[in-house]
Design a protein around this ligand. Structure first.
Ligand code: GLU
Length: 426
């Protein structure tokens, strides 16, 4: 098992996701007047670890997987962020996602820095045994990176409470003691928090309602399209429908589904649960494409699937008045200006999907206390925290006469800048 700690490459590849982060960071730094030395610190991740993970597959062969963990910043506290299992995982993507976690945690007002991890693999084609061996090997390789007060992983795309349980168990074996707070998004019986699974979708709902209120859209007459029906999109769609918003379209990687009268989300959830967690063949709506979903004439568009779906090429066709980013990085940097010029309000990922990490923080606090809260308590605290974060970003966007995205970065920079200056010692 090879392990290395290396510095960020001097120049990221063209169209890299980390470049997209730097483009927004530079813009916010200029508007905010961030000192160049502080900007320079934030342009580089603190630590990057890349490992090779040889795994015995069920057929007896050995496959070597690439694993990553990047700590972008620990200025506000231990680094926090999920672990992604997907085929497009690479050092650049993990670096971008880690930096977004720094900004996300600062905006959500959490005492955390940012980190992210990932393994390049296709979990849909792997057996449970293979996934368990891979998760345990990754945990062993990252055992000196993770820590309750050091770096705290959580689920992301392709992972969930099952993987977090394996990670916790392997970490505990290595340490020889129980440290439930070393990972969040755990099953309830292993110290998970009530409300964690629905939290990211819940945050999207809270942010959507807050934005609609500012924009003078009455949510009871509003329509929405939600891209993605995984941990974020399915809960977002359910909770939006629960607020009487008509969800006209939903989708997953198998396709998109449209119904002018509104989709019965409870029915779609039941369908997906009985159908191997996919919407393939869903009959409660007409089949359209994921590309068509993005340009539907609805009030609210929630991209909650993958990154890079709103681009310079399709941004001009978007008809929604409001975009609330459930996914990380669904809008490419070159689409920002097109959307702004069209007067579309974009609630950016670093604010909109911060509900997940907010309840991860509550989970970590409960683990530290050894005392657990009711779902109502979690949800009440979450909603208050999310509403406050939204107001702070809205305020900064107005004050600096900029978009909510750059306003969100400014909100984060204000805090991280202070922390870097207090800590000093360059
Ligand atoms: N992976 C989630 C995110 O991107 C959650 C991270 C966490 O809870 O630490 O926000």
């Amino acid at each position: 098992m090879a392990s290395s700690t290396k510095k960020a490459p001097a120049a990221a590849a063209a169209h890299s996701m980390f470049d997209a982060v730097l483009a927004r960071l530079d813009k916010a730094a200029e508007i905010f007047g961030l000192a160049p030395e502080v900007a320079e610190v934030l342009r580089h991740p603190k630590k990057e670890v890349a490992v090779s993970l040889p795994i015995k597959m069920d057929d007896g062969s050995v496959k070597v997987f690439e694993g990553y963990r990047t700590v972008h910043s620990t200025h506000l506290g231990p680094s926090k962020g999920g672990i992604r299992y997907a085929m497009d995982v690479n050092a650049d993507e993990v670096r971008a996602l880690a930096a977004w976690m720094t900004f996300k945690c600062a905006i959500a007002n959490l005492p955390y820095g940012g980190g992210k991890g990932g393994i390049k693999c296709d979990p849909r084609t792997m057996s449970v045994g293979e996934l368990e061996r891979l998760t345990r090997a990754y945990t062993r390789a990252m055992a000196d990176v993770f820590g309750v007060n050091k770096d705290i992983p959580a689920p992301d795309m392709g992972t969930g409470k099952r993987e977090m349980a394996w990670l916790l168990d392997e970490f505990n074996r290595i340490q020889g003691e129980d440290s439930p707070g070393v990972v969040t998004g755990k099953p309830l019986t292993l110290g998970g928090s009530k409300g964690r699974e629905a939290a990211t979708g819940r945050g999207v709902m809270v942010a959507s309602l807050a934005a609609m209120k500012k924009m003078g859209i009455h949510h009871k007459n509003a329509t929405a399209a939600v891209q993605g029906f995984g941990n974020v999109g399915s809960h977002a769609a359910r909770l939006l429908a629960g607020k009487n918003i008509k969800v006209n379209a939903i989708s997953d990687h198998t396709g998109a589904y449209y119904n002018e009268k509104g989709i019965d989300i409870e029915n779609a959830l039941k369908y997906a649960a009985a159908n191997g967690n996919t919407l393939k063949g869903f009959t409660g709506a007409e089949a359209i494409t994921n590309a068509q979903l993005l340009t539907l004439d609805v009030d609210l568009l929630v991209p909650a699937a993958i990154q890079g779906v709103i681009t310079g090429a399709n941004a001009g066709d978007i008809k929604a008045k409001l975009i609330v980013e459930g996914a990380n990085g669904p809008t490419e940097a070159d689409a920002d200006e097109i959307l702004n010029n069209k007067g579309i309000i974009v609630v950016p990922d670093v604010l909109a999907n911060g509900g997940g990490v907010t309840v991860s923080y509550f989970e970590w606090v409960q683990n530290k206390y050894g005392h657990y809260w009711s779902e109502e308590e979690v949800n009440t605290k979450h909603d208050a925290s999310m509403s406050q974060a939204f107001e702070n970003v809205w305020f900064n966007a107005q004050q600096y006469k900029t978009s909510m995205r750059i306003g969100a970065y400014v909100t984060a920079l204000k805090k991280v800048d202070k922390a870097i200056r207090y800590k000093g010692n360059y």
